[in-house]
Write a protein that binds this ligand. Structure first.
Ligand code: F6P
Length: 365
């Protein structure tokens, strides 16, 4: 155990529920070792600013209210790779040494980075350049990091999408409608699959599987033939169009992001079945809400474990959830394993067993 050590912690990439629970746990565990914790603001952006932007975190600052608080008290960013930082004149600049300088100014030689695979790759490079000790904590509502069964934020996002289905079902039944719910998840359909099962969906469309209008229409007709007057359809934001492309929308910043597949599918369903169809796009409410209990628990376990790893002199490791416990693995291995939905996995078998249309019938079937 080393006394008077100062460790840094930052959140990077898109926010999600449970980030504050990680920060809180790390601060409590650091206090056990007699270490100070500085929370760096807005990911690596805080380290590019002069003076460096940070918050000193102690156990008084991280009370139990943080367990219930969505977002991240530190702020975050998913822009600006410091190795190719976009400058005002349109050029790119390597600003990594400014970040290392910022950490040195703070007297920090050990960093806990809470992020997804993109953030982890950048933090690893920074740790390498700056001779830092780095421990990573996986967070992403997409749950697409292969090595961990659970990423912070996923469980809460699924709960929000499930609750949306809970709220759509009564209004669907009242109006004899088909309700389409578009959910996040980027290129993996984990949120759609879990929420679809939990919310009793009739159709779940995933990025991992092609689907057909005829297949959806057939499922809806069978629902109607069974005497039910409504249907629930969950669509992953990156589910493919009939042509095999993805639906993207251009935003004011010129960037194209996933969006629109729910409306696309809704139109096709209305056309093919004549059913009155409405579409809900869930968006960022899947990220910004108070964390559910599973995310609070996993986040706390990860925060404690990350500090313990630093105390054990480890570096370049990512904590992960496996078989009911926290393990740690090299960050490089963790970010090399992407997890799409396993088409033969338990949840797919469950969904098929429930009679949910998943698009895995032959085209036109
Ligand atoms: O990766 C997390 C995620 O919420 C995706 O599910 C979604 O596609 C994307 O981020 C949205 O990003 P932004 O916050 O930049 O709109």
């Amino acid at each position: 155990m080393s006394a008077n050590k100062r460790i840094g912690i930052l959140t990077s990439g898109g926010d999600c529920a449970g980030l504050n629970a990680v920060i809180r746990a790390a601060v409590h565990r650091a206090a056990h070792y007699g270490w100070e914790v500085v929370g760096i603001e807005d990911g690596t952006q805080g380290l590019l600013s002069r003076p460096v932007r940070y918050i000193t975190l102690d156990t008084n600052r991280v009370d139990c209210a943080m367990m219930r608080q969505g977002g991240t008290i530190l702020g975050t960013t998913n822009k600006g790779d410091p190795f190719a930082y976009p400058m005002a004149d349109g050029s790119r600049k390597d600003r990594s040494m400014e970040i290392i300088g910022g950490l040195r100014e703070l007297g920090v030689d050990s960093l806990i980075g809470i992020g997804g695979d993109g953030s982890m790759a950048i933090l690893r490079k920074l740790a390498d350049v700056g001779g830092l000790k780095l421990i990573g904590i996986p967070k992403t509502i997409d749950n697409d990091l292969g090595i961990t069964e659970m990423s912070v934020g996923f469980d809460t996002a699924v709960a929000v999408a499930t609750e949306a289905l809970d709220r759509l079902q009564p209004t669907a039944a009242s109006h004899d409608r088909v309700m389409v719910l578009e959910v996040m998840g980027r290129d993996a359909g984990h949120i759609a699959l879990s929420a679809g099962i939990a919310g009793g969906a009739d159709v779940i469309l995933l990025p991992e599987l092609p689907w057909s209008v005829a297949g959806i229409a057939d499922k809806i007709r069978r629902v109607q033939a069974d005497g039910r007057n409504f249907a629930l359809v969950v669509v992953s934001e990156a589910a493919k169009t009939m042509e095999g492309g993805t639906a993207k929308q251009e935003f004011a910043d010129g960037q194209k992001r996933y969006g629109g597949i729910g409306n696309y599918v809704g139109h096709l369903i209305a056309e093919a079945t004549g059913a009155e169809t409405r579409v809900t796009v869930l968006g960022h409410v899947q990220r910004g809400c108070p964390p559910g209990h599973n995310d609070r628990v996993v986040a706390s376990a990860f925060g404690v474990a990350a500090v313990d790893l630093l105390a054990a002199g480890k570096s370049d490791r990512l904590v992960a959830w496996s078989n009911r416990r926290v393990i740690d693995i090299p960050i490089a291995d963790a970010i090399a394993t992407y997890a799409a939905v396993d088409l033969d996995g338990t949840l797919m078998r469950t969904a098929r067993g429930l009679g949910i249309y998943l698009g895995d019938e032959p085209r036109g079937g």
